[in-house]
Write a protein that binds this ligand. Sequence first.
Ligand SMILES: [Zn+2]
Length: 412
Amino acid sequence: MLSRTVVNGSFGPVAPLCPPGAGLLAGDVATPRVSPTQNSEAMERRKPKQGQHFLQSAELRDFSMWEVANLDNAQVLQTFATYRWGSLDKVICPGCGAISKPFFRVDRAQLRCRHCDRHFSPLVNTVFADRKIPLKKLLMALVKFISSAKGVSALELSRIIDVQVKTATVLLGKLRECLLRQKDTETLSGLIEIDGGYFGGKPRKSCFRGKSKPGEIAAMVEARLRGEPVSKRKPKGRAARRNWEKRKNRRVVMVYRAVCPEGGEGAYATRTFIALSENSAVVDKITPEIVVPNSTIMTDENAAYTHLSKDYDHHCVEHSLEFCTINGVNENQAESFFSRMRRAEYGVFHGYRPKYLADYAQEFAWREDARRQTEMQKLMNLLRRVFDAGMSRWWRGYWQGHNRPGELLVRV
Ligand SMILES: [Zn+2]
């Protein structure tokens, strides 16, 4: 029996949602694909070995694209219905509100209510309501999204599930919308690390020679051959102005990470915010809302954090000298968040637009907090947010011009 209760952001081992090896459609959905004896053997096999990294363990791989590939349309429909309502016998009709076992219309990828005869999708009233792609492609996209450590680009997803890149863009945008609107908002306490990382607005290096006037390069070469010093003047004109325009797209991602008190286990809860600059006005506005007073806070030596010592036990590490003081003061967990986000910027997305930077930052906060969950747990974690977020406000009709009016900035 599958349960939808996933404690998001919880640290440490989480109770398995379905027995490893029992397959996707366990319980009342279909007969388990392995016998109880086989199941216990499979669980024994999946136990992490001594000293093995969690990402290398068989325990992590309790669900994969391979299992989705082997599902037929009826199984995919049952899978979504089970995840949505917890049981196929207790489906809530969106029309009349009756709780019953509906008829399955596999040809339409829909369910039919026994009381009012209404047809409805297992994704009714979610961001994927009225979707046109098959449910199986959607499930494949979700599995790809959770299993990629640095995220997945729209172009790559479009190649994997064979849809237009516009479809993949909106699909990923809707997933980030769910993560953003259903993000965890509990206040943090204990040991908190705070840092800011700048993204976007990077000026392109000017190519001085290429921008020179005709004849100027030849004159420079001749001057160099004569042994005269070459002018080091900066280019003035269109390229410099364009770079200055680009600087307007520069934003800072502020990250707050609660660190596991035992040590050696990293951070367990992450909160992100977007601002124009890392300054004391922004820090003084955000911090009281999410950090419990008298908590211990570690930051770098940036002047933006000087006011924190009034309400918090504030320690700072001088990064120009050391990464960690002799007393163990560091902000390496906050730095590691930016490391991953930066690598995704370089390797996967090739850039973040300021308008949707908050969405990407939240995606990586979610990925960090769910990093110790198994593939099945991450899928359930993501689906819970998809089902709870309601209809899409920012991506429904995106290509027809209906999108979010502005960016999500902390304004001071
Ligand atoms: Zn009904």
